[in-house]
Design a protein around this ligand. Sequence first.
Ligand code: SF4
Length: 370
Amino acid sequence: MQPLRTAAGKRAFVEKLLRWFALVMRPLPWRGNYEPYAVWISEIMLQQTRMERGVEYFKAWMHRFPDIRSVAEAREEAILAAWEGLGYYSRARNLHAAAKRIMAESHGIFPRFFKDIRALPGVGEYTAGAIAAIAFDDPVPAVDTNVMRVFARVCDIDIPLSDKAAKAYITETVRSLLSSGSPRLIIQGLMELGALVCRGIPNCGQCPVDAFCTARRLGVASARPPKKPKGAIVRLEMAAGILVRKGRILIRKRRPGGLWGGLWEFPGGNVGPGKSPEKALVRYLADETGITATIREKIAIVRHSYTTNRVVVHGYLCDVAGVLLPSFRDEERGKWVRIAEIDSYPFPAGHRKLLERLGWKEGGESASRR
Ligand code: SF4
């Protein structure tokens, strides 16, 4: 067992880590010239997103928005549409706001130092640290869940990682390593170690730093970090109406803020426990939009999940009498759009699934005749 506490131990740890990282490093598209804009986009996209999916979205994003100016000048609709499917849309709105600020305050040049990066909308302590280290090779510790898991084991930390003391201890441990090599490579090497080897079930036989790992020596690696109790699952039932009239479909824009703020969806609302989704929908449309609708047919029941919520959406095709301009409450806005244009509007995952069930891309004519 080699101690990580001494300066020689830290150097040896970093040396083994970097030798291993040079061999296994994945060819991710932002690893090359480490352009700050690309590193920033990758860090925001990879929050709450699996790597394979993040890479796919990253490539499409860079094609659509090759620089900060193109993000700043885009309409919010285009930003949200490029983000659709990634969820947590506040990330996209913050990116948009940050790009506008960078254009206004520094002619499109990405901030060079941690404190200025941290001041951008949507950039927290971790993200600012990751950008400073990876884009600029600055000695700033960036501790994501992968890095936390690695050090919970290396240092045998037996309290949940949500505990501030655990995070502070790991952050200081990582900081103490950064003078032993390139911070850019050390931070990425630690992230890669957590992603590829020191996973939920650790593969200690393949680990380059096993000689430093206390949890492995004690035979408790799989029990670190201790799990924190899960939040209670919330189940929601909703009804949504797809109102079609003369080849157009009614959608509404959600008010700003919240999980899906600024996205579009089909009008509808919650269904109370034991209540009929059809009746709830017709009542909602009458009370909240002033539209008299009758249900033509049930299209689908779709399920989707976010954080601890499990949502079931009942989707109905509806006939509409008379009214063309619904009066939604608050800042929600309604709009009749051509079915052929519907793909250019960003939707939350559950409502996008309803659209897919309708198959309008292939069968638009049958719907437009209604
Ligand atoms: S020895 Fe095992 S538990 Fe320890 S850091 Fe390596 S992979 Fe993780």
